[in-house]
Design a protein around this ligand. Sequence first.
Ligand SMILES: [Zn+2]
Length: 115
Amino acid sequence: MELPKGTMTGLMKVLAPLLMWMSVGWFAYPYLIGDIASAAGETIDMDELKLFSFIMAGVCLGLGIMFLALGFGGKKVDENDFKRMTGELVICKHCKKEIEKDITIITCTQCGKYL
Ligand SMILES: [Zn+2]
């Protein structure tokens, strides 16, 4: 899979504010649900709801900050770094060159030997 240059940083720039916004939403969620539930005369397990919401808020905030730093930071994100993390790039044991891992690839694209 060949991604155009800057796809990852572009994606992160879009996702970062979205994740931040989602984080705010998750923080507000238990209070909104609490109000709605009490208005409807229902009781819900607020502790459990709050715990879940705050975990989600934390995850979104963490990812948002990470994407913000990667997307807008001075350091250009190397798409190959990302592929290495996701296991899309493997190192050929014959020629030691990095090649893109694909289920259709059984021979090294650099040296032609079987992987
Ligand atoms: Zn090779």
